[in-house]
Ligand binder design. Sequence first.
Ligand SMILES: Cc1ncc(COP(=O)(O)O)c(C=O)c1O
Length: 322
Amino acid sequence: MTITPAANIMLTDPLHARVDYAPEFDHGSAYVNGKFCPIDEASIPITDGGFMQADGAYDVVSVSKGLFFRLDDHLDRFESACEKFYLRNPHDRNATAKILSELVALAGTREAYVWWAVTRGPTPAKRTNPASYENRFYAFAIPYRFIASDEQRERGLDLLVSKRYIRIPPNSVDPTAKNFHWMDLKLSLFEAGEQGREWSVLCDADGNLTEGPGVNIFFIKNGELFTPDSGCLEGITRKTTLEIAAELGVSIHIRAVNASELREADEAFLTSTAGGIMPVNSVDGVVLGGESGPGPLTTKLHNLYWSKRWDGWLGTEVKYIK
Ligand SMILES: Cc1ncc(COP(=O)(O)O)c(C=O)c1O
């Protein structure tokens, strides 16, 4: 079995082709200050705490073949993140979903990456009361982006376990609430780049794996699947992977996993809304399973992820403008 070239299918298959859209929305659409606009014209107020202090919660949902994937799960996770950070979305759940759908329709794309956030807003005189802040809502939709290209997924990514950085601990910034704290993630990515690796994952202070920039981590040993139980976002792609693996009858272990277990794994992969299931070839220079390229179970999960989505599994239709 080979890795389905999902990016190429999205680009070339007429079932995934863009529908009519105004040329100014070619790069995507945005919603700022209660108004829709082309993404190239979107701007944020410079004094917003979201920008100045990474003070906000966000989420990202994808669209493929004109269907949002697990939109309700993303909306649930976003509501929970706002609650954890004492943020109030000025739009209710239905209004939020409608804005997201309209953004995709304006961009006319059947393959979209849809981002939205609620930020703290400008700093009021009384800083100690979250109710004093006027929280702001921002959103955009752009043509879908893969963290790893078809070529990278076909050969597997070379991964670095960061030696310089640990993921910020849950009692500092709760990683289950999707947030703007990305400095540890980004710096680990640059560390990976310096060493000729393509992506990174970070451990916690005890040396247990957490997650990487925009991704959850999984590995397979003797046909069984392992993923960290804490210190990471409860990714929607992670959840999807666990469901598909359970359907296949794979034994699943969600527990603290040490970085050395990853290096000794037979297979590994990353998961994200921005790219689905992304096979890993090597960890810290060690080729997993002694053989280059994605392993058989990773390949099966990768291909099922896309085929199930394209069959409409857990999809919500985007309402395109006629
Ligand atoms: C830190 C972090 N971990 C994991 C993920 C993967 O989550 P999901 O599968 O919901 O995209 C993301 C997504 O952006 C993320 O930012």
